[in-house]
Structures are given as C-alpha cells and as structure tokens.
Ligand binder design. Structure first.
Ligand code: CAA
Length: 261
C-alpha cells in the first residue's frame, strides 16, 4: 500500500515511522489510521528492522484525531470505525521490537495516545501533551483512558482526562508521561541513538521481554508470572541464548554477538 501521510524510512536497521501531514498538524484521519496499521505490520515483519522511532517531524507530533473528519460522523459511523481508530494505535503498541516516540511540539488526543503506545517517550522542551477530548464533548478512543492511568496512575490520569488541560514537557517528565526531556533539535537524534542500541541485541529476547511486560500489565500477577515463565523457558530454544551464555562463560559479560535466531 502506498502511503501519503505516514512515511517509513529504514537506515542501519532502525525504522523511522514519520507522520507527515503538516497542513493539518499531523491530524490522524481515517487514512492516516490505515497507513499506521499498514506500516506497523510492515516493521513488525521485516527482519531488517530491529527497532523503531515514531516521529512527527520537527514541529508537531500530532494534534489528535481529525476533528474536521469526525465532526460529521454519527454514532453508527463511529461504531463502524472505532476499531480502526483504536486499532491503529494498538498496531503500533504491538510492534514486537523496541519503539521510542520522539515528541516535538504538540502530542494531543490521538497524538498523545500514539506516543503512549511506544515503549518510551523522549520529548522536546517545547513539547505539549494532553487528552483534550472532553473539551470536544467526547472521550479518548485510541487507548487514552487505559494507557494514561497505567503510565501516570489513576488520579493524575483522571485530572488530565477530566480537565483536558495541556501538560508541558517538565510536568510530563515529573508525572512519568515522558521519560526524557531534551532540546528540540536533540529529540530525534537521541531517539535514533536509543533505538540503535538494539540493532545488535538478541531480537527474540527483546520481543519476549516486551510481550511479558505488556501482556503481564494486562493481567493479574499470577497470570503475568506464568507469561514470564513461558517466555523464559522459550528463550532456551533460541540460538542467541546458547551464544549469549557461552560467550559469558568464555569471555565475560556483555561480549556476545547475536545472529537473531
Ligand atoms: N483535527 C483536524 N485539524 C486540526 C487538528 C485536529 N485534531 N488540530 C489542528 N488542526 C488544524 C486546525 O484546524 C488548523 O487548520 P486550518 O489552518 O485549516 O484552520 C491547523 O491545524 C492549525 O491549527 P490551529 O490554527 O488551531 O493552530 P494553533 O497553533 O492555534 O493551535 C492546537 C494548535 C493547540 C494543537 C490546536 O489546533 C488544537 O487544540 N487542536 C485540537 C486538539 C484536539 O482537540 N485533539 C483531540 C482530537 S480528538 C481525538 O484525538 C480523539 C481520540 O482520542 C481518538
């Protein structure tokens, strides 16, 4: 599928998924959602992609779902589309590789929800995040009521969701909504550098860690521990586990090279 508003670039085994709809502040229309689902499937499958940076360019991450498109939609229209709205963000969250969101400028509504689907978030000093849906008389529909409280706790999440207020980078860092705050020009390069750390790592171990954390957070502790046990045992079926442990015994820690098998 050709993509108009979501660009994919792969360099040195790191993929950059870039929202590119500048005239509408990268608003996430139905087309953008379809393109996000397609690109998420592509980077998930491609073995030459080891980690992913999610970026909206230097000015804005995304100002949310496309309000102009949604304004004329009825209840039944949205019943037909809501799985795709949420599914675009879920598809990003399910990429079985490390994903970092590089947030310059606004990440609002669906934009904030998209950033929360990444494993970590680096924000520019001028970043502004929030879930302002309530000010439109609606609620977040791309995971905001679920991922925000998991990241920042229920009280802070409800404060943001009830008020719709915007959060600047320093507050976002303080409450755990973002993980690092950087000068604007450094956000994308630092995100690329973070992603590059995983290029030569053991990809099936990374995949199992991500799935254990994410599936475990969706379950009770005993179920989460069971998920971990299964992934832990399964890791012993990979050649990378043999190489990693043998390298430790022969050469000491941190020197293993992995084939990704
Ligand atoms: N959808 C559609 N168009 C949008 C948009 C959005 N979410 N956000 C901005 N735009 C458009 C504006 O309408 C404007 O278009 P025109 O030039 O054609 O008038 C253009 O982008 C520039 O925006 P502004 O003139 O408003 O720029 P600003 O600098 O004054 O303000 C802003 C920027 C604070 C981001 C403001 O545009 C804003 O508040 N945007 C909407 C944020 C929002 O409510 N997001 C939630 C959307 S609902 C959602 O996401 C649902 C969900 O959970 C799935």
């Amino acid at each position: 599928m050709s993509s108009e508003f979501v660009q994919l670039e792969v360099a040195d085994s790191v993929a950059t998924i870039r929202l590119d709809r500048p005239k509408a502040m990268n608003a996430i229309s139905l087309q953008v959602q379809a393109e996000l689902r397609a690109v998420a499937a592509e980077v998930s499958e491609r073995s030459d992609v080891r980690a992913v940076v999610l970026w909206g360019g230097e000015k804005v991450f995304a100002a949310g779902n496309d309000v102009k498109e949604m304004a004329d939609m009825s209840y039944t229209d949205m019943v037909d589309h809501v799985e795709g709205v949420q599914g675009a963000v879920t598809a990003i969250a399910r990429i079985p590789k490390p994903v970092v969101a590089a947030v310059n400028g606004y990440a609002l509504g669906g934009g904030c929800e998209l950033a929360m689907a990444a494993d970590v978030r680096f924000a520019a000093e001028n970043a502004v995040l929030g879930q302002p849906e309530v000010l439109l008389g609606i609620i977040p529909g791309a995971g905001g009521t679920q991922r925000l409280p998991r990241l920042v706790g229920p009280s802070k999440a409800k404060d943001l969701l009830f008020t719709g207020r915007f959060v600047k980078a320093d507050e976002a860092l303080a409450i755990g909504l973002v993980d690092r705050v950087l000068p604007a020009a450094d956000v994308y390069p630092e995100a690329l550098a973070w992603a590059a750390r995983f290029v030569n790592a053991a990809p099936y171990a990374l995949r199992a860690i991500k799935e254990s954390v994410d599936r475990g957070l969706e379950a009770d502790l005993e179920t989460g521990l069971q998920i971990e046990r299964q992934h832990f045992a399964a890791a012993f079926a990979t050649e990378d586990s043999t190489a990693g442990m043998r390298s430790f015994i022969e050469s000491g820690p941190g020197k293993a090279t992995f084939e990704g098998r």
